[in-house]
Design a protein around this ligand. Structure first.
Ligand SMILES: [Zn+2]
Length: 141
């Protein structure tokens, strides 16, 4: 039995989505990175009550985001915490500060993990992983 046998090759972790965030993930699957926006101007990476004006989550509307941001902080994973990532080590998990204001947790890719620095510019890209799309932060801005 080959290591690449689909029966034994680890599949990516499944997605767990709250009802409020379903528009974000549906848009991502369709190729668009979106943020939830409030009428007061605040933006959020997830649907939530507005922290600036107090509007409830249902008052926010989803719209396309620039995808531009900078690395706020990060960690290099060198142990596989899920079998899918065993052959993908090491990788970076970062908090990216988007230019619209919110922060999002994602991977930094397209550079060696040793090159990742706090404050470096990144660009959110969308890739297919398993049956769904995921967002990652590319170092190629
Ligand atoms: Zn608001």
């Amino acid at each position: 039995m080959s290591e690449k046998d689909p029966q034994t090759t680890p599949q990516p972790p499944s997605r767990v989505v709250s009802v409020e965030d379903q528009p974000f993930w549906d848009a991502l699957d369709a190729g668009t990175f979106m943020l939830a926006r409030c009428t007061c101007g605040a933006s959020y990476a997830r649907s939530q009550a507005c922290l600036r004006c107090g509007a409830n989550a249902q008052a926010l509307t989803w719209g396309p985001a620039s995808g531009r941001g900078t690395v706020r902080t990060f960690i290099v994973f060198d142990k596989p915490y899920h079998p899918y990532f065993k052959e993908r080590l090491p990788y970076v998990v970062a908090v990216v500060a988007l230019e619209e204001g919110p922060e999002i947790t994602t991977n930094v890719i397209d550079t060696d993990v040793a090159n990742v620095k706090i404050g470096m510019p990144v660009r959110i890209i969308i890739r297919k992983r398993g049956e769904h799309a995921i967002h990652q932060a590319s170092a190629r801005v």
